[in-house]
Write a protein that binds this ligand. Structure first.
Ligand SMILES: Cc1ncc(C[n+]2csc(CCOP(=O)(O)OP(=O)(O)O)c2C)c(N)n1
Ligand SMILES: [Mg+2]
Length: 545
């Protein structure tokens, strides 16, 4: 007879086998029994202040580790995560959502149990919109297969999945998990051959080919393959903003971030002036395209994603991104003479002017010098993100930001998830004052787990990004004493910065403070902003009128 397990035990075992070492969330009575199983497992439970914080943290954990998970209670918990799970869906981050639910026996005659919204399937119906697979584990005989299918879908699509576990199902007996059989996705060999031949002919004929690398290369573990392709072919390579740091930004063939008219002009000219652009693993969002200021001609592009391969106007299905990239590596398209990348101007050493008030431009210039190899830059949307686009990230995957979905409130909980996921990474968190007011309380969880990010609040007293699209009193927000957070939490170190002299002292002290988080309240003028935001504001302002 097959070994026996329980539905809850089966799920725990599969989560462990999937490589998860932590699960984020907040318990509730509908999920408490399953929390006991998590506590008894090899995985650690990371309790956060809010479920939204848990979901942002799990998303970042997935971005650095390949998979993340949250475990929350029914509706009050689950629905609190929807925005962050939607972000993970939009930006392809594989997060497993586990929600408790009322027991099946309690539902008889449909009583109005607490946390219920409309029907017992309301939460599942909502999650169907932001996940690639969802299941209610209501039948012990089928639960194992439902769990396996959901986790496989999460891996395959790199997008969230939803599992709902009624509380009286946790201890229901079921067959123990069978050994996992890897089922690699395969390409259609004929389609792959044809696509590779067409792609190779196109780039061989080109005189100025360029690679544009996107975030999927990171999600699908293809970053080394990209480096080999870049070095074998000698082509220059740019990255999208969402894909920033998919390749080391100090690689000699690296051009910079391509964002149409919003980005640096030399990068735009190199990409748009190319006669063949290999767009690899990028989904081209409006922000990536500089809010549609880009001029990328489909007739000169090979666009390969995990969903399809397009070569000029020909589309191929049933080809995996991995097979296509590995095929390109073997294709007769190189080596060729390195296409010259204009030597990057070495940044002028930053000379501080002690009494000068800190401006956005000078702050980012200083920060560029400050970054060390073990730092991960974690940004909220807003000028934190736009200003950070031009920071030079030394190693791969050290830049985390929701550069497409752009939900505020990501960065502080994401720093928690990223550092729990990879302890050697020390997050530098760049967060607007508006965004900090949304999820900054997760500093409490950061303190509880003894993490040491350096959190810099860009305190411009409001929603500066929006001031330049449409200004009004609705863009002003209260000026909190952010640097007092350590007093409130009983942990961490904080300070205020107004001048370049203050900034210098604060950065040095924060670097040395490896034992707790540091919080720098950086006062900025409400109308000061980065160059990129100036350009973005102008084009957005035109569009919404
Ligand atoms: C959750 C969420 N709510 C609203 C918005 C709309 N929005 C875009 S930028 C912005 C202002 C951001 O303010 P802050 O975090 O202080 O950054 P700043 O623009 O001042 O650099 C707002 C409200 C959003 N992107 N996300
Ligand atoms: Mg602000």
């Amino acid at each position: 007879m097959a070994r026996a397990s329980t539905v809850g035990g089966y799920l725990v075992q599969r989560l462990e086998e999937a490589g998860l070492r932590h699960v984020f969330g907040i318990p509730g009575d509908y999920v408490l029994r399953f929390y006991d199983l998590l506590e008894a497992s090899r995985m650690g439970v990371v309790g956060t202040c809010s479920e939204a914080g848990a979901a942002f943290a799990a998303d970042a954990y997935a971005r650095v580790n390949g998979l993340g998970a949250i475990c929350i209670t029914y509706c009050v918990g689950g629905l609190n995560t929807i925005n962050a799970v939607a972000e993970a869906y939009a930006e392809k981050s594989p997060v497993i959502v586990i929600s408790g639910a009322p027991g099946l026996r309690e539902r008889v005659r449909s009583p109005l149990l607490h946390h219920r919204v409309r029907d017992f399937n309301t939460q599942k119906l909502i999650f169907e919109q932001v996940t690639v697979a969802s299941a209610c584990l209501e039948d012990a005989a089928r639960a194992g297969q439902q769990i396996d299918e959901a986790i496989a879908a999460c891996h395959r699509h790199k997008r969230p999945v939803y599992l709902e576990l009624p509380r009286d199902m946790v201890d229901q007996p079921c067959a123990a998990p069978a050994p996992l059989a890897a089922q690699p996705e395969r390409s259609d060999p004929a389609a792959l051959r044809e696509a590779l031949a067409e792609a190779a002919a196109m780039v061989r004929a080109a005189r100025r080919p360029v690679i544009l690398a996107g975030v999927e290369l990171h999600r699908f573990g293809l970053q080394e393959t990209l480096v080999r392709l870049v070095e074998r072919t000698g082509y220059p390579v740019a990255a999208t903003l969402l894909g920033k740091s998919v390749i080391s930004e100090i690689h000699p063939q690296y051009l910079g971030i391509y964002e149409g008219g919003m980005g640096r002009d030399d990068v735009r000219r190199a990409v748009e002036g190319a006669d063949a652009v290999l767009i690899l693993g990028a989904f081209l969002t409006d922000i990536d395209l500089g809010v549609f200021t880009a001029h990328l001609d489909v007739g000169r592009a090979i666009h390969a994603t995990s969903e399809r391969i397009a070569i000029r106007h020909h589309h191929f299905e049933d080809i995996t991104l991995r097979d296509f990239l590995h095929g390109l590596l073997r294709a007769p398209i190189g080596p060729r003479r390195r296409v010259a990348v204009a030597p990057k101007q070495p940044p002028r050493p930053f000379r501080i002017q002690r009494n000068r008030r800190v401006t956005v431009r000078r702050f980012f210039a200083r920060l560029n010098d400050f970054l060390e190899d073990n730092f991960a830059v974690v940004c909220d949307p807003g000028d934190s993100l736009f200003g950070a686009a031009d920071l030079t990230i030394h190693r791969k995957t050290e830049f985390l930001s929701p550069a497409y979905y752009t939900s505020m409130g990501f960065a502080v909980p994401a720093a928690l998830g990223a550092q729990i996921g990879k302890r050697r990474l020390r997050p530098i968190v760049l967060v607007g004052d508006g965004a900090f007011q949304m999820t900054g309380q997760e500093l409490s969880t950061i303190a509880r787990f003894g993490l040491n990010p350096i959190v810099i609040v860009l305190n411009n007293k409001g929603y500066t990004t929006e001031r330049y699209i449409n200004d009004g009193p609705y863009n002003d927000i209260p000026n909190w004493s952010y640097h007092e957070m350590p007093r409130l939490l009983g942990a961490g170190w904080g300070c205020e910065v107004r001048t370049e002299g203050d900034l210098e002292a604060a950065l040095a002290r924060a670097r040395a403070n490896t034992r707790s988080f540091s919080l720098i309240n950086l006062h900025l003028d409400p109308y000061d902003r980065s160059e990129a935001l100036k350009r973005l504001g102008r084009s957005l302002g035109r569009q919404i009128r």
